[in-house]
Design a protein around this ligand. Structure first.
Ligand code: PAP
Length: 345
């Protein structure tokens, strides 16, 4: 299988007119699916979180959070009706706060290493540094609605559960890489993230409240566990199509996991690249340290500020926040949900 060489098409270069056109397009899509969405079960959790349940998972609907309709259930419905995957496409799938930014960085750096060289001199000019991982790898359920047809060619991120992916992704020869994370760490990361997005002056969200919603599966694209199970089972049934990674293993054995990722997406490292330190250079470019430093000035609490995607980047930080009782509850849910599957936590 051959893959296109040029995956790069930066979100950062989108003009105001294109942004306006996208909003107009989203408004049409929201109107198109109005009746269908109205019939779905709904939960109005707070001013920032209005969810509805579709095909077993919870989603935002309509325009939400600063008039942004990205990731809405209507976007997913439109994709299911219209999206045509190419056999050469690569989708990087995840639940929110589970390692999306890291996986996007690695996928982009690996696939574009011929185009964007990675060494000490060129590192500062690499698109992952000059724009951001989310600019380099667009989300299927938001950026694919842009009016720029050259956009999103080949490498895309998605938070859509496996069972709700557009049919063409399931049936074509494209590849899917999923990253899973310990639900306790994901919950703490999500809670911090939601508070970062809070408008100035509004009171912080309490951990107790986020915990309760999370346990009920009431987070965007949740239930968290069911999301992971869909991709995990698909990776067993179709190992050449779906690769299931974990944040923890990627931390623990970065070198071998990155090699596995590269090989899966059709871009294996050569012996020469291994010997000359190319793999290590990619790992360093995509490391939490490198990326968080590059984007630390950009943390104004909006989705478009890249710094908000970097907090601690560690494994096990949840023990600093969760009570023993909370840990017990989350472990029990994981035990029940992942029963019989080789997924830990
Ligand atoms: P998203 O859903 O908003 O895209 P996502 O990238 O999936 O977020 O997850 C963010 C988490 O990954 C953060 O974890 P923390 O809150 O526990 O710190 C973030 O710090 C971490 N992260 C981001 N980039 C990297 C990286 N390059 N290496 C390791 N962890 C990273």
């Amino acid at each position: 299988m051959s893959f296109p060489v040029a995956f790069y098409s930066p979100v950062a270069s989108i003009t105001q007119d294109e942004e306006k056109a996208r909003k107009a397009k989203m408004a049409i899509i929201i109107e198109r699916y109005k009746e269908k969405v109205l019939a779905l079960p709904r939960k109005e959790i707070d001013t920032n979180l209005h969810l509805c349940k579709y095909e077993g998972f919870w989603y935002h609907h309509g325009f939400w959070l600063h008039s942004n309709a990205n990731f809405s259930v209507e976007a997913i419905m439109a994709l299911q009706d219209e999206f045509q995957a190419l056999p050469t496409d690569v989708f990087l799938a995840s639940q929110v706060k589970s390692g999306t930014t890291w996986l996007k960085s690695l996928g982009f750096a690996i696939l574009n290493r011929a185009k964007f060289k990675i060494d000490k001199d060129s590192c500062a000019t690499h698109p992952l540094i000059t724009t951001s991982p989310h600019d380099c790898v667009p989300f299927l359920e938001s950026e694919s609605f842009l009016n720029n047809p050259s956009y999103a060619n080949g490498l895309m991120g998605t938070h859509i559960p496996y069972t709700s992916l557009p049919q063409s992704i399931i049936s074509s020869d494209c590849r899917i890489v999923y990253i899973h994370r310990n639900p306790k760490d994901m919950l703490i990361s999500f809670w911090h993230f939601m508070n970062t997005l809070r408008e100035d002056g509004s009171s912080p969200i309490k951990l107790d409240d986020t915990f309760e919603l999370f346990c009920k599966g009431l987070t965007p694209n949740g239930p968290f566990w069911d999301h992971a199970i869909g991709y995990y089972k698909a990776s067993l049934e179709r190992p050449n199509k779906v690769l299931f990674l974990t944040y923890e293993k990627l931390k623990e054995d970065t070198y071998n996991e990155v090699k596995r990722l590269a090989s899966f997406i059709g871009s294996s490292f050569t012996k020469e690249e291994e010997d000359d330190g190319s793999v290590q250079e990619i790992i360093e470019l995509c490391s939490f340290k490198k990326l968080s430093e590059a984007h630390k000035g950009n943390k104004d609490g909006s989705h478009s500020s890249n710094g908000i995607y970097f907090r601690k980047g560690t494994v096990g930080d949840s023990v600093n926040y969760l009570t023993t009782e909370m840990i017990k509850t989350l472990d029990e849910i994981a035990k029940e949900k992942f029963d019989g599957l080789n997924i830990s936590f």
